[in-house]
Design a protein around this ligand. Structure first.
Ligand code: FMN
Length: 241
């Protein structure tokens, strides 16, 4: 039997570019957590999957709240829902990242490439006022305007530009029965069967050798560096939906 892994399935689905990314926030203060850890979820633009690691990449600002969350706790989740095929992928993971301090040249090349692919207005944001701070409308020339007036180098990433690598530990894949209008060919099961399910089905894809302790150690040292888990063997188990 052909066993398609979650990343193969994701690659053939439309709308895989955007996902919901959840972190655990330290809470307290303004977040309403009253000092307790609270979840924080937001949309991110998926920039690709690193082949050797199956790590899902996205870019962000080192000064953002999500980076504060990940620095304190690298555990996170990614979630996609695909309305055409009626599938949900929910990836439990840990994050590392490539930042200006990363010494691995291959990883730094990935960061530079991603920087080049940004449009100028997006690049400008990385050197403007920190995300989430109160905007000062009284300033004659706001930070953003100032930076938009300067030509940003497409070759040298801003020090605030970070590539987050989301390293999957498990993938929970749920398929719902298609409605009448769905093209049956769009329903691609992880086991390679190109036909619609008559009922809900659910699979767990688990990486066989992954050590969250290692993940914590690498992530808290600051950057994505040698963050690869030891092996990427996947075990697929069908679950009750
Ligand atoms: C369609 C869409 C795509 C987004 N992509 C990203 C992204 O790739 N990286 C990012 O940091 N924020 C992205 N954002 C903004 C985040 O959802 C979020 O509002 C912002 O990063 C602040 O989150 P934080 O304060 O929890 O760090 C995107 C928002 C939308 C609506």
């Amino acid at each position: 039997m052909i066993v398609l892994k979650w990343w193969d399935v994701l690659q053939v689905l439309e709308f895989a570019n955007y996902a919901q990314f959840a972190t655990v926030s330290a809470g307290g203060g303004g977040g309403g957590g009253g000092g307790m850890a609270v979840p924080a979820v937001r949309t991110i633009r998926v920039r690709g999957v690193l082949n050797e690691q199956r790590a899902v990449m996205f870019s962000t600002d080192s000064r953002s709240d999500k980076m504060k969350d990940l620095s304190a706790n690298p555990h996170c989740e990614l979630c996609w829902f695909f309305p055409l095929s009626k599938e949900q992928f929910r990836i439990s993971a840990y994050a590392t990242w490539i930042d200006s301090a990363t010494t691995d040249s291959k990883l730094q090349a990935i960061r530079s490439q991603q920087w080049k692919e940004l449009v100028l207005p997006t690049r400008s944001l990385f050197d403007a006022a920190p995300p989430g701070t109160v905007m000062d409308r009284n300033t004659k020339l706001g930070d953003l305007d100032k930076y938009e007036a300067q030509p940003q180098s497409p070759h040298i990433p801003s020090p605030n530009f970070v590539i987050v690598l989301v390293h999957p530990i498990t993938c929970d894949h749920l398929t719902l029965p298609p409605s009448g209008m769905v093209d049956p060919k769009k329903v691609l099961h992880h086991d390679g069967v190109l036909k619609p399910a008559r009922q809900q089905r659910r699979w767990k894809h688990a990486v066989a050798k992954s050590t969250p302790a290692t993940a914590t150690a690498t992530a808290t040292t600051g950057s994505g560096g040698g963050a690869a888990a030891t092996a990427y063997e996947w075990i697929v188990t069908e679950l009750n939906p």
